[in-house]
Write a protein that binds this ligand. Structure first.
Ligand SMILES: Cc1cc2nc3c(=O)[nH]c(=O)nc-3n(C[C@H](O)[C@H](O)[C@H](O)COP(=O)(O)OP(=O)(O)OC[C@H]3O[C@@H](n4cnc5c(N)ncnc54)[C@H](O)[C@@H]3O)c2cc1C
Length: 423
């Protein structure tokens, strides 16, 4: 336990996104589940609030005066290749889980970053590279091991407490301290993927090919479009990130549309070991500053593409469109439910100074105004950013149900999620 003034406290309270300040009362690193239970009982006795934050990838800054809990020592991964399942501790990152399951020809429903925590991602629903094939990652969870608000260890399943199980599969970290999850794994005999880049003047052609390919893509194929403005004196670029759950030759054939676009600067598509899934999107793996906004995109027709290209993305670093659809649009017994919108769009910049942060906000607002009705007013929970709330992720009906469950299981509000359902 580190308190303000202790050596190492200021380092220990830092989140992954260094643009977010966290003025917490203490930082606690739990040794094991029993230690975590003792911490919850201590919080209960002293009327303190707990914010579990394994890595700080989803930090919102809403942690004032809470005890920030680090879970990195809950690092056990147990794989049952025959049952195609795993039990994953609350300190395990996606990169670690993929390394443990890949030798068995299996995969979990991982997202783009190898350093994001499995449990935090799952508690927010989790949008995976393989979600078009298998749906929300949280739908793959079969059990949560938790410390409840009384400080007791419990195993939550659909049979033990259907409401709480539903809330944990995407409603965030408001309901318990999760020590481990049990999840299903999926066959992954082959993976093909990588990134292609062109100069930005090819953006109209790349967007057109992206629209054509995503309009009829098989569920095993996920393609994301990136408009990039790298820092420094480097020219803007357009590119696509690809993950295909299958053989290279078949993947290539599905992507022909891109081959006829000349001037390609680079193309690192290749058969990938599942352990390299996290390299495709080339996201930073070390803490840094970031400021972004994400919304679901209801359509990407020719007019929408024109609006996207009508202005430079500068001062943003990236505008990314992720193709959803497939199983994302199917039924899901999670707080977020089915995603009807076929795309998600993210705007992201580097807020090096207050003026840069203001310029990023203005540019994001320009895009939102231009895209207007094509944007739905919904942001997937794991992509909420500071200033947003759980109400931006859920329908009013789902939010009411989450709030009722929160009041039942944690009436004294011991647990504080980054985006609390009560806020
Ligand atoms: C580079 C990058 C790439 C990303 N890519 C994707 C992606 O492809 N798909 C996607 O869906 N999301 C993605 N995300 C978002 C990410 O999934 C969320 O930020 C997620 O909340 C991170 O979980 P964490 O545990 O790593 O982060 P943290 O900030 O440490 O935790 C986030 C929240 O989860 C809850 N929580 C975590 N662990 C526990 C626990 N043991 N018990 C109780 N509550 C807990 C807490 O409420 C906590 O505030 C990405 C984020 C980054 C920075």
């Amino acid at each position: 336990m580190l308190l303000p003034g202790d050596t190492g406290f200021d380092q220990a309270r830092l989140p992954f996104n260094l643009a977010v300040d966290q003025s917490v009362a203490a930082v606690a690193e739990v040794a094991d589940a029993a230690d975590a239970a003792a911490l919850v009982r201590f919080a209960r006795r002293t009327r303190a609030t707990i914010s579990v934050q394994p890595s700080g990838h989803g930090a919102s800054g809403e942690v004032e005066d809470t005890i920030l809990v680090r879970t990195k020592r809950l690092d056990e991964v147990r794989v049952d290749p025959v049952a195609r399942s795993a039990r994953v501790g609350a300190g395990v990152s996606w990169g670690r889980l993929q390394e443990a399951v890949a030798p068995h020809g299996l995969t979990g429903l991982a997202g783009s970053s190898p350093v994001v925590g499995v449990v935090g991602y799952m508690l927010g629903g989790g949008l995976s590279w393989f979600g078009r094939k298998h749906g929300w990652a949280a739908d793959s969870i079969t059990a949560f091991e938790v410390i409840d608000a009384n400080g007791d260890l419990a195993r939550v399943t659909a049979d033990s407490d259907a409401d709480l199980f539903w809330a944990l599969r995407g409603g965030g970290g408001d309901f318990a301290l999760v020590t481990a999850v049990e999840l299903d794994l999926y066959p992954a005999p082959a993976l093909y993927g990588g990134r292609m880049l062109w100069p930005v003047d090819r953006a109209p052609r790349v967007l057109e090919a992206f629209r054509t390919i995503t309009a009829s893509a098989v569920d095993e194929l996920s393609v994301w479009l990136n408009l990039l403005d790298p820092p420094g004196p480097r020219p803007p670029l357009v590119g696509v990130d690809i993950a295909y759950l299958g053989e290279a030759a078949v993947g290539d054939a599905l992507l022909r549309e891109f081959d006829s676009i000349g001037g390609r600067i680079s193309d690192n598509r290749r058969p990938l070991p599942m352990t390299e899934l996290g390299t495709i999107a080339a996201e930073p793996t070390k803490p840094g500053r970031s400021q972004g906004h994400t919304q679901l995109l209801a359509r990407l027709d020719g007019d929408t593409a024109e609006e996207l290209l009508a202005r430079p993305i500068d001062p943003l670093l990236i505008v990314q469109i992720r193709h959803l659809g497939g199983a994302f649009a199917g039924p899901s017994d999670t707080p977020a439910g089915a995603i009807a919108e076929p795309y998600q769009i993210t705007f992201q910049g580097l807020p090096t100074a207050p003026e840069a942060a203001a310029a990023i906000r203005t540019r994001v607002q320009d895009f939102r105004t231009a895209l207007d009705a094509r944007l739905s007013n919904r942001t997937p929970f794991t992509f909420l950013a500071p200033g947003q709330s759980a109400a931006d992720a859920f329908t009013p009906g789902a939010l009411t149900r989450l709030r009722d469950i929160k009041r039942r299981v944690d009436p004294d509000h011991i647990f504080r999620s980054n985006y609390s359902v009560l806020a």
